[in-house]
Ligand binder design. Sequence first.
Ligand code: AMP
Length: 366
Amino acid sequence: MKVGILGGGQLARMLALAGHPLDIACLVVDPSPDACAGSVSEHIVTGYDDVDALARLVDETSVITYEFENVALSSVERLAARVPVHPGWRALATARDRVLEKGMFDALGIPTATYLPVSSRADLSAAIEKCGLPSILKTRTEGYDGKGQASVNSVDDALPAWRSLGERPAILESRVSFERELSVIAVRGRDGNVRVYPLAENTHMDGILRLSVARPEDPMHGAARGYVERLMHALDYVGVVALELFVDGDQLLANEFAPRVHNSGHWTIEGAVTSQFENHLRAVTGLPLGSTEALGPAAMLNLIGAVPERRDVLRVPSAHLHLYGKTPRPGRKVGHITVRADDQGTLRARVDALSGLAGVWPGIGL
Ligand code: AMP
């Protein structure tokens, strides 16, 4: 069995690695010749709108998925007419546009920060009126890792913020003074079966995820589970989804969802009975889903911009190193470390032992 993947970055690489023991091969399409999934799967080096490459995907694969949401919708539509594409077109179209995404949350009764679409500078004052200050202006599409966003702390900031985003269609959101950022990762099979992973509590620095900690006992789990189940059923979703959330007092607000495996779910590789990568492949190929239960306390540390010495990571008990084979550059995700323990105190000590290493945010901890 062969699965086609649009995008050949680290998420595709880890999908391909998870497919190996199941004898599921992956064929990735990525315009970059050194896309890091290319060393573990077949790789067609071309753009996502290359009709010949898409024809080869259709001929050679039994299902197609993607590892990022900025694939051209027209390509996905063309593929979906010939071979199943999971998650489907509607999930992709909704997730890649912040206004459609927030509209879907509203329709499903999932609370969010106050927001208003902004399509011209004339919309800015009404948006500030509704959202209040401080707020955040975000481009409707193509934002990631804090890119495509500008803070609006005063009325005078609004126009420069709008200009800094290239005057593109945007959304203004009130800035939530959240206590915690969480994500819920879930998987839905072709038969509609759903499994939900324990919540991950996420710490970002400079807009990039640095640390995720599994929180199996989190009091917000029930609410998060309800939101993500509603979302998946509404979209007739197949595959892994990640829903990012803010905890504001006793409120749980949805920020955005990603129709794919997610960085905050990397702890599941060694920390859960079945990893998010294996479960995504199981879902899109119509296989039974695996247990999403955590094996115990677990965390994941991202390696950004630098690769530590292997021995420095591996000397920490229960730490596993996942390198993506990418050349380090400032701000670039080059790998991650997963770490487990039998109790939270030991997990904290192990994360502390890792927090001084190259690529890990200095001093980050539980
Ligand atoms: P996003 O691209 O929407 O995931 O935003 C990236 C990061 O910016 C989030 O993980 C939050 O840390 C922060 N952020 C985004 N939206 C808001 C908001 N409305 N209020 C407070 N912080 C936010």
